[in-house]
Design a protein around this ligand. Structure first.
Ligand SMILES: Cc1cc2nc3c(=O)[nH]c(=O)nc-3n(C[C@H](O)[C@H](O)[C@H](O)COP(=O)(O)O)c2cc1C
Ligand code: SF4
Length: 643
């Protein structure tokens, strides 16, 4: 028999009496794909089926509300009524058919619920994501009934074919709110023992579902907040919960006020984010412990299991980015794994009550139409496709067009793939982006796509190639503002590429994503950095968890940030801003860097020639309008699907 690669991950393990085929867990992740009443539909089933097919041991279905007062998101799964059971059964059947076990996370949003009147242990809200209204404190009688709601939901889950349930006791939702000294100021028995609500829920589930029905508890082991849950308290809670019957712990942490720790952005480069806390919980209890956070590398996951830090690992966003992660790891096809870039687009969507999609996996949320890329119909009449531009849009269009059977050739003017991203590929914190470009390189090579770098496409090349389709994905150029003295400044990309060495003190005009990331880089390199932004906030339009990360890093590095400060003149030694009273201020610096956005690179002549030769010509990506990675890849993907 052939040996598995990364063998620790592929050892069997039991949770309670349920045998899992391996140690890889998909953690609960709300997708907002369910129907308006929380019912399972085709889109939910297809999403979990694809994950199960990828080879995980256990899928924990996303936070599913046990009572309507705890609904957290539109189109969230519900488990609060018997009428939902037939469809829940369809879901469990679909996942089990692929050999994975399935649990469901039982949840009540508490003070974070998306309802008119949130309820909680006490009438206390939060700062970063304040609830819609001041929460109402639950009466003792209501808390007792809530215990029943959790247990009734568990019984519905059991009767619908779930192998086990997970109780959501972290991230600042109802159960964690009872556990946390920050949100539980009660004077009744549920305040005297903050763990009572949680332990009663576990006992009640065991009574209703039988002691052999496994219960996982997702435990808050650190709230990263002064006065919040600490690891020492989490250990005490874990002991009590184990005594109440918990069969495994799933260790995470964070609340909505520290949500950047729940789902860490690219800037917090720590794979196995909760391994430290998990290993401490593991020393305290005698049941399996699951944990993870930011995991991408199989070596790290495999070692964590091998060294006994944890018994199982959860792989969250990396499975959204590439559901085939377990299979590819097992077969040692590591270069074929499409990396998650920790960009937070997925979670951002649910904060806006929208269905989750993914920057790097354009099929995410469309699995109900194409279960995998093999299901995208092949082209009836394969065409010759010429792609101009080796940025993300061009690369994705090339990949998908070739998958569909077209004959693709891709031209890139510079000596590297990646388009505008190539300027950041050597940044330490951007290794995930670098890996994405390398992944495209690997895939294009495996698919035998002809790639010609260092080649500027002109009329001669187009005529010689004689394509049926031309895709112009020529990218963008930096935007240069019409500010007097602009010639005294340098461009962000010149600094990033190493063409310009900035002096000790630096002013960056423009606090968008590029400006902020450049400020982090330069302040790490010990430059004194000031960001000057005309708008009221920096990193506007970026996902909130990324913004939380950026702002914390800028603050930690001592970067000065000026907002509402339009620049009116640039001098050799500084810039002048103006405030809303018309008063000018001068800020001095050795180097002034411009980072105010990008503009489409319109290749009018190329467009004209292409139209003369090819039947179809597409202008896509930043060349149409500079946008985010998610837009670039999607446009490439759907263009590839449509030709
Ligand atoms: C889109 C999205 C939805 C999530 N929903 C839940 C949830 O329903 N319940 C939960 O406990 N955690 C939820 N999380 C947190 C994940 O389960 C996981 O702990 C976190 O993403 C860190 O792991 P990762 O870095 O491997 O993604 C969610 C994360 C994402 C990205
Ligand atoms: S959207 Fe971004 S963070 Fe979320 S899974 Fe996709 S690549 Fe990862």
């Amino acid at each position: 028999m052939k040996k598995d690669n990364f063998g620790n991950l592929f050892d069997e393990i039991r949770i309670g009496n349920v045998l899992l085929r391996n140690r890889i867990v998909m953690p609960p992740m709300v997708m907002c794909y369910a129907g308006p009443e929380g019912e399972i539909n085709e889109q939910v089933i297809a999403h979990y089926e694809v994950i199960a097919k990828g080879g995980i041991g256990l899928a924990i279905v996303e936070a599913s509300y046990v009572h309507s007062s705890g609904k957290g998101f539109e189109s969230e799964i519900a488990v609060d009524r018997d009428g939902l059971m037939p469809r829940l059964h369809m879901l469990t059947n679909a996942v089990k058919a692929w050999g994975a076990a399935i649990a469901i996370q039982l949840y009540h949003g508490g003070i974070q619920a998306h309802v008119d009147q949130p309820v909680g242990p006490s009438a206390i809200g939060r700062k970063v994501f304040p609830p819609l209204r001041t929460p109402r404190e639950l009466t003792t009688d209501e808390v007792e009934k809530m215990v029943e709601n959790f247990a009734n939901a568990a019984l519905r889950a059991k009767m619908s074919g779930f192998d086990m349930v997970e109780v959501h006791g972290t991230h600042g939702y109802l159960i964690a709110e009872f556990l946390s000294p920050l949100t539980n100021k009660r004077t009744d028995k549920y305040g005297a023992d903050r763990a009572l609500f949680a332990t009663e829920i576990v006992r009640n589930i065991k009574e209703k579902c039988g002691s052999d029905f496994p219960v996982i508890f997702r435990l808050a082991a650190n709230e990263f907040e002064e006065g919040g849950i600490t690891l020492d308290y989490a250990k005490e809670v874990a002991k009590k919960l184990e005594a109440a019957g918990v069969d495994a712990f799933d260790v995470t942490g964070g609340t909505y006020d520290t949500a950047d720790h729940i789902i860490p952005p690219i800037y917090y480069d720590k794979q196995g984010y909760f391994f430290r806390e998990a290993s401490e919980i593991k020393k305290t209890v005698n049941v399996p412990v699951i944990s993870g956070g930011m995991l991408a590398d199989p070596e790290i996951a495999n070692d964590a299991v091998g060294n006994g830090l944890v018994d199982l690992v959860f792989i969250g966003r990396q499975l959204i980015a590439d559901p085939e992660w377990p299979r590819k790891v097992r077969e040692g096809r590591i270069a074929e794994i499409r990396p998650c870039i920790a960009c937070e687009q997925c979670i951002e969507r649910i904060f806006f009550q929208e269905p989750v999609n993914c920057s790097v996996n354009p099929l995410k949320s469309y699995e109900y139409r194409y279960l995998s890329e093999e299901h995208i119909p092949k082209a009836k009449n394969p065409k010759k496709v010429l792609i101009v531009g080796g940025g993300l849009t061009g690369l994705e269009a090339a990949r998908v067009a070739s998958l569909r059977g077209h004959n693709v050739v891709l031209f890139e003017e510079s000596n590297d793939l990646g388009g505008v991203l190539r300027y950041v590929l050597n940044e330490k914190m951007k290794w995930r982006i670098k890996r994405l470009i390398e992944w495209y390189g690997c895939v294009l090579c495996n698919q035998d796509i002809e790639v010609k770098i260092n080649t500027k496409v002109d009329a001669d090349i187009i005529q010689k190639e004689n394509p049926d389709v031309v895709i112009l994905a020529t990218g963008s150029d930096p935007l240069i503002p019409k500010i007097p003295g602009v010639e005294n400044a340098v461009l962000a990309e010149d600094v990033l590429s190493g063409k310009t060495q900035p002096g000790k003190s630096v002013i960056i005009i423009g606090g968008g994503l590029v400006g902020c990331e450049l400020a982090i880089k330069l302040s790490n390199e010990r430059h004194n950095v000031t960001i000057i932004e005309a708008l009221p906030q920096i990193a506007m339009g970026e996902p909130i968890l990324s913004r939380m990360g950026i702002i914390k890093l800028l603050d930690k590095n001592g970067v000065r940030v000026l907002t509402c400060a339009p620049v009116v003149e640039i001098h050799k030694s500084g810039v002048e801003t103006v405030n809303n009273l018309g008063i000018r201020s001068l800020f001095k610096a050795d180097t002034i860097i411009i980072s105010v956005g990008r503009k489409a690179k319109v290749e009018t002549d190329l467009m004209k020639t292409s139209k003369k030769v090819a039947r179809d010509v597409y202008l896509i990506g930043d060349a149409k309008q500079p946008r985010k990675i998610i837009d670039a890849i999607r446009e490439g993907f759907w263009t590839g699907v449509s030709i």
